[in-house]
Design a protein. Structure first.
Length: 171
């Protein structure tokens, strides 16, 4: 689901089908930071920690609780790559696309993995197991191309090595 800022209105009246307060009490999280606008990133991180991503219904509640325009909430949520507006996979796979990795074939390895998983970067497999991401640089240039699975770095990556690691991560 892609959200377009043109579709977002400050005065939104939404019937919520899913009650995320059962999973996370948005009001309590906001109150924990005393409704301070400077704490918005921390509030969004705490909520995401609880439910795995930031669904639109929850962002609307944050805007209401903090009395901040919804467009500002979405601006922050879409600016930071660590915040997610869609559900993420059980495992996260990130490919470095920095210069050192790129010249060593990271784009080819990523293309093969993308074909294997049948998803593009930014997407999650249909079974919800893997989310594929790219990063501008992961800071491990000496061992490029680099793939990171759930925070564990794998260097000198090839398509066959990546396939083996991904199969192991799913078991």
């Amino acid at each position: 689901m892609e959200l377009n800022m043109a579709d977002v209105s400050v005065d939104v009246d939404v019937d919520v089908d899913v009650d995320f307060d059962v999973v996370v009490d948005v009001g309590a999280v906001v109150d924990n930071y005393r409704k301070k606008p400077w704490a918005l990133i921390s509030i969004l991180q705490d909520i995401q920690e609880e439910i795995g991503y930031l669904p639109p219904d929850v962002l609307i509640r944050v805007a209401e609780e903090m009395d901040i325009p919804l467009t500002q909430i979405y601006g922050v949520a879409t600016f930071y790559k660590s915040l997610h507006l869609t559900p993420q996979g059980r495992h996260t796979v990130t490919f470095c696309m920095g210069t050192a990795c790129h010249v060593r074939g990271a784009d080819k390895v990523l293309a093969e993995v993308s074909d294997l998983l049948k998803i593009k970067p930014g997407q999650t497999t249909a079974d919800g197991e893997l989310t594929l991401r790219v990063a501008n640089c992961l800071g491990a240039c000496a061992i490029g191309p680099v793939m990171v699975v759930d925070g564990e770095y794998y260097g000198k990556m090839s398509a066959s090595k990546a396939k083996k690691i991904l199969i192991e991560s799913r078991s």
